[in-house]
Design a protein. Structure first.
Length: 455
């Protein structure tokens, strides 16, 4: 990986069509995600040839440049050395010039909302996972103050999830993010939480259906979408001299009551319906669902569409108390990493060995699989097919035995004890299947250095 991030950043921007062709930029764990005015102006071949660029993917309404583990450094260099703006920057004064959210990709929106705080969510989930393990082993009592403090650390992100979502959804939709956080904070305000389920609650005589907004996803996301529209209208008609004073208070006075009266109850019902439908089909053919979800997960990673399952999983945890979707993929990181390890051990090509070695560490220890998928599996095809099929076999067991999780836990070798505590023993079985099966088959029949000549 080139260490001259400034130079690499300038070359990337030049080859996506220049600064004038970039609408906005965001990033995920491994990718720079450009929103371009005209994707035909980008030079994909030149981008892929750059030292430090793994691959280029056009998906989800974005032009995605896959960097790998150093994506944050390159992202910061782009913003520091060019006039490219981060997604959500530029303010609402220009909101009328923005493309309608309904005209953009769902996956792009979801990744923009959830990706920024996935690190905090993974850390919180890992703490909760180890707490479950420590309590189960008798190493820690739930009655101890130590447990209370650590549980607060692990549960805080999930309890106050609407506030995190308020900031990121506000930026994604082009709303004022701190007003979005204000709306979210009202939803989880202690006196409001105390009214959950209460009858006779009203707002100026209008009945309010008080539901639980802690850990909720859809209500605040929908509220931020409406907020962006309301602010866009207000900025058109309120003079700039008064805008900064009047618009925040008008927006808050409209959106907070509207969310309690309409947006929250409607999206809560919608969330229940979505969870019920998915649960119905999962119960109808859970082994098939497990096979399809696990086998297709590496393919979904390629196009970034795996992000579409994040809000569904979080909504299931809020409405049902557990997630039954993403547990089906618990073995996938291990299968991908194991195949990369097999290639690392078998190849004599030093460049590929370097790529496969770093990709193995990234997948098995960091839980980041794009370097392995793009650098080791896709170029030689057969390893990718092997990983998909072996992961699918593990997914059958996960679906058959209805493996679920009650909290978010990062998936890598270091978190195996927490995975066992949260997911249960069948998750470990699926991981072993993916790990052993992918490594063995890739090493034996899935790869040899002759494939380098064909490539």
């Amino acid at each position: 990986m080139a260490k001259d991030y400034a130079s690499l950043a300038k070359q990337i921007v030049e080859n996506v069509g220049g600064e004038e062709n970039v609408i906005s930029l965001t990033h995920c764990v491994t990718r720079l995600r450009f929103k371009l005015k005209d994707e035909s102006k980008a030079n994909k071949d030149a981008l892929v040839a750059l030292k430090g660029v793994i691959q280029v993917v056009q998906a989800g309404g974005q032009y995605q440049v896959v960097i790998g583990n150093e994506v944050t450094d390159v992202y910061d260099a782009v913003l520091a050395n060019t006039n490219v703006k981060a997604a959500g920057e530029g303010g609402l004064a220009k909101v009328e010039k923005r493309e309608s959210v309904l005209g953009t990709s769902f996956v792009s929106i979801v990744s923009g909302i959830f990706m920024p705080f996935m690190g905090a969510m993974s850390a919180a989930g890992l703490i909760k996972g180890f707490l479950v393990l420590f309590v189960t082993l008798g190493l820690l009592s739930k009655e101890s103050s130590t447990y209370t403090i650590l549980y607060a650390a692990g549960d805080s992100v999930f309890y106050f999830l609407p506030i995190f979502l308020g900031y990121t959804a506000g930026k994604t939709f082009g709303a004022k993010p701190f007003i979005s956080m204000m709306i979210a904070s009202a939803l989880v305000y202690p006196n409001i939480v105390a009214l959950n389920g209460a009858e006779g609650v009203s707002f100026f005589g209008l009945p309010v259906n008080m539901i639980s907004y802690t850990s909720s996803v859809l209500p605040i996301v929908a509220a931020c979408f409406v907020q962006a529209k309301v602010e866009g209208v207000l900025y058109k008609y309120i003079p700039k001299l008064l805008a900064n004073t009047l618009i925040p208070v008008i927006t808050a006075l409209i959106l907070i009551p509207l969310t309690f009266l309409v947006v929250g109850p409607v999206t809560s019902i919608l969330g229940d319906i979505i969870s019920s439908i998915i649960m119905f089909f999962m119960n109808l053919a859970s082994p098939v669902a497990g096979f399809l979800m696990a086998s297709l997960w590496p393919v979904m990673i390629i196009f970034g569409v795996h992000w579409a399952f994040v809000p569904i999983a979080l909504n299931a945890m809020q409405t049902l108390g557990y997630d039954f979707i993403l547990p089906l993929t618990v073995g996938c990181n291990f299968g991908i990493g194991a195949a990369a390890l097999a290639i690392f051990l078998k190849t004599k090509n030093q460049d590929l060995k370097e790529t496969a070695g770093s990709a193995t560490i990234s997948a098995l220890i960091g839980g980041v699989t794009e370097p392995a998928v793009y650098g080791c599996l896709l170029p030689y095809k057969l390893p990718m097919i092997i990983v998909c099929l072996v992961n699918g076999i593990g997914g059958i067991f996960l679906g058959l035995f209805h493996v679920v999780r009650e909290t978010q836990v990062a998936v890598n070798i270091l978190t195996l004890p927490a995975i066992y505590a949260v997911y249960g023993p069948w998750a470990i079985v699926a991981i072993v299947i993916s790990l052993v099966g992918s490594f063995t088959l890739t090493y034996m029949i899935g790869f040899n250095d002759k494939m380098l000549e064909k490539k």
